[in-house]
Design a protein. Structure first.
Length: 130
């Protein structure tokens, strides 16, 4: 015999397994959390190469982007940081934001602690070949 679970039982299981509100910054539905997780991770990775001022500027820039556009921008920026390859967007505004953020990355990177590590890695392994 198959036992049907009630919505209350599912809620209790979710409460025990995952405190969603703490883990997902208030996102309560799994779908909205899943669609923003990758973007948040890429933006956090980018923040390693930025000063606090630049982080706040970028947060304001990307705040009104659609989640898919935000993830596309974050991906393009991570690719730029890792490989030096620049991308272009269909939207003129997105292209302008991309150029501004790339400029911030160029200015901020040498000031940060691990810039020496990046230089060492390039000396040791070389630049990415296209």
């Amino acid at each position: 015999m198959i036992r049907m679970t009630t919505e209350n039982e599912i809620c209790k299981v979710l409460e025990c397994l995952a405190p969603w509100i703490e883990k997902t910054d208030g996102e309560e539905s799994v779908g909205s959390w899943e669609t923003t997780l990758a973007t948040k991770m890429m933006v956090k990775l980018l923040e390693l190469w930025l000063t606090q001022e630049s982080r706040e500027r970028i947060e304001k820039m990307l705040e009104y982007y659609h989640p898919l556009d935000r993830s596309g921008m974050a991906y393009a920026l991570v690719v730029y940081v890792m490989t030096g390859t620049k991308m272009t967007f269909k939207s003129a505004v997105a292209n302008q934001h991309y150029k501004i953020i790339c400029k911030m990355l160029k200015e901020d990177m040498p000031q940060l602690m691990f810039a020496g590590h990046m230089k060492y890695m390039i000396r040791r392994y070389g630049k990415v070949k296209k």
